[in-house]
Design a protein around this ligand. Sequence first.
Ligand code: BES
Ligand code: ZN
Ligand code: ZN
Length: 509
Amino acid sequence: MEIRVVAGGIQSIEDELIVINLFEGVEKPEGATGAVDQALSGAIRELVADGDFQGKREQVAVLYPRGAIPASRVVVVGLGPRDDFTLDTVRHAAAVAAKKARELGVESFSSIVHGAGSGGFDLAEAAQAVVEGSVLGLYRYQELKNKPPDRPDPEQFTLVQFEESKVPVVERGAELGRIAAEATCLARDLINRPANYATPSDLAELALDIAGEFDTMRCQVLSEEDADELGMGSFLGVAQGSEEPAAFIVMEHNPGRDDLDTVVLVGKGITFDSGGISLKPSQKMDRMRGDMGGAAAVMGAMLAVGQLQIPLHVVGLMPATENLPSGHAYKPGDVIRAMNGKTIEVINTDAEGRLILADPLAYASRFEPKAVIDLATLTGACVVALGQGMAAGAFSTDDGLLARLLAASQATGERIWHMPLYDEYLASLRSMTADLANTGGDRFGGVGVSAMFLKQFAEDYPWTHLDIAGMTFEERPPSPQLPAYLQRGGTGFGVRLLVRFLRDWNEAN
Ligand code: BES
Ligand code: ZN
Ligand code: ZN
């Protein structure tokens, strides 16, 4: 979809469809909506007075101006109560409107910048949110379907800004929104893509392609032999059960200035998690193609980093492998050795995420990073604790780093929630034969235990671990409670959070 910005009043725009909005409880619309209402001789006031439209969050009304204004259709989208209004409401409203435009079969539509007028938000932020909501709302995964969808996507989307002098601000926000949303769609595609189409080699190839687009970016794919030479026995232990060659993907964005801080992003890249010898139940096992949601978020973030040319040294580490049972799979009771020399007794082969992260966390030290953030669909226990789609669990060894991530979370609506790293969690990882075990016998506190396991390998730098198990794959059916920019399947959670965090890094210093 092509996105552009024009100056003018929305009531004078000639397009197949224009979008305006209304807060809940407003009887006499003002601003852009008021201007359209007036041009339509009070048609919107009448809609409200008749009780047909209350401005509720999920509501949309379509009006046909029949020549009263140049546009062929008017879509009024509800914003809900003014007191609950956030940038996330803007994303949601934009998604509702974009989906309506598609449903009506239009090729081109225009919208005001929701939230910038009486909503009181910064104009660039609001424009960014409108574009994010529209692009993410229209997302569909259909690369493996032969039949095209009944309703094609609109081809053109125009943001309308009343004051000509503010057009560049809207353009800047819209461009940020497009980049963040398209990077999120890339992550969604990777998560939705079946494991036989998204193998570790496929991820590696994509990473090489992305890096090739930017002069500032390099990508190095370490083979199993390379990883072996580096002593990555923990990663390779998981990989040994699969016929698919594993890949340790290193992406590096370096604008080539030696005064830049280094930030390392690590993403769990299990392209399919069967559980291995500790086999998972077959119900819903297909969802485990999304067990590379962390790597997908890092890949998406790296794409955006390249496009935005962020003035930071950013390294993306993506250990990628399947976790499968076979005659050469690792077994419960086996002991493997991570890159930092620590030995690990494998109690449960389904706790493989922490094993493939141990090595990249140790490897990250060589970059002398100012921050390391890992994202991983690590534990069902995190979903039990916080709920499906509610928030990612955030574990941090550094309060400053956590604060920056919480600020990015606030700005993007990608929720993270602070969780504790108690030393006592380690007690359950005591092993008879090795330095530590990969799981404890206790069924309580599994998410804290997994984070404390990772901490044993994240020793030399400020570190935050995000357990995104409940956030990567949306299981819930569409409902008014769910933001309209999320569909069932891959969410791309973490991309917008990381991009925001990296963009703000130098400002917060
Ligand atoms: N990939 C799973 C965690 C997961 C569960 C992600 C649900 C997304 C949705 C992970 O590898 C796993 O299997 N974890 C085990 C750990 C246990 C064996 C200690 C779990 O959570 O049950
Ligand atoms: Zn597992
Ligand atoms: Zn897993």
